[in-house]
Design a protein around this ligand. Structure first.
Ligand code: GLN
Length: 280
């Protein structure tokens, strides 16, 4: 089949299963499988690409048509201008999380050689982006899940972040359990969905690991741990991502140790990031 015939076949199948962005998604899958650029597709529509890869392409289209997340089908996703490896067992980087990185880079402007923690780092999209943008920083990425660690290690190596260190551990053990220096800034996008709400999530999200989603009964378990077990011991600033409706409770949690707390709203008008700066 030619490039355009394959793309049409893929697009039709996705459309049939009501995948919204069918044409683009078929193209992205095509580009990944045939390792080609968008330009190649545009200018070589009548070419017959590597026939060995045709079944691989169709297999991935079928996976996607069955609701498997596009990011897992492709195996990578862009975040803050870099490409991160993703797959089952790790949370897919979301565009709103870039706000946390924006805040971090802005906050760190006045500091030389800052030490930064990324708690519950998953793919490492937050911490590795900071490490990349600030080569003088030292970033420690804490992750408990061995499945996620696989991607985290791959991403650190792929992005060549020599100033990032990965730590396998549970953040509920607290700062004192780890052999790490005092940080200037703690960042985290922890699991924050209320346990009872997980079954009702969009079906695509259910392919993502529940460990990366489940924030306990009220969704705030990890923020309490950050406040009690980390901020209490580290005189540093903090910035966390949160779910809709959680920002004020987290602000209250942080106000015990931070004289200044702020909320950053995302592009959908949702209070998405809580920051704690001037420490008491
Ligand atoms: N910090 C990672 C991210 O923002 C993973 C978050 C998580 O697993 N809850 O994508």
């Amino acid at each position: 089949m030619t490039v355009s015939e394959l793309l049409k076949k893929g697009t039709d199948l996705l459309e049939k299963q009501k995948i919204e962005n069918a044409r683009n998604e078929a193209r992205w899958i095509f580009e990944t499988v045939f390792e080609c650029s968008r330009e190649y597709i545009i200018f070589n529509a009548d070419d017959i690409p590597d026939t060995d890869k045709e079944p691989v392409f169709m297999e991935k289209i079928v996976q996607r048509a069955n609701g498997y997340p596009l990011q897992y089908v492709i195996g990578s996703w862009d975040f803050y201008g870099e490409t991160f490896r993703v797959g089952e067992g790790v949370l897919i980087p979301r565009p709103e999380t870039e706000l946390l990185v924006d805040f971090a880079l802005d906050y760190l402007k006045s500091k030389n050689n800052p030490v930064v923690f990324d708690l519950c780092s998953g793919t490492g999209c937050i911490g590795l982006s900071v490490a990349k943008e600030r080569p003088d920083s030292k970033v420690y990425l804490f992750e408990k899940s061995s499945d996620a660690l696989k991607y985290l290690n791959e991403n650190k190596n792929f992005l060549m972040c020599d100033n990032a260190e990965i730590i396998h551990g549970d953040i509920f053990k607290g700062f004192s359990a780890f052999d790490v220096p005092m940080p200037d800034l703690i960042l985290s996008n922890p699991p924050y969905i209320e346990s009872d709400e997980i079954p009702a999530l969009q079906s695509e999200v259910l392919f993502e690991p529940s460990m990366a989603l489940d924030g306990g009964k009220d969704g705030l378990d990890f923020y309490r741990a950050i406040a009690d077990l980390w901020l209490n011991e580290c005189r540093c600033a903090v910035a966390v991502e949160c779910g809709e409706g959680q920002a004020n409770s987290i602000k209250t949690l942080f106000s015990d140790v931070c004289a200044r707390t702020d909320i950053i709203t995302d592009f959908n008008g949702i209070e998405r990031v809580v920051t704690g700066t001037e420490r008491i």
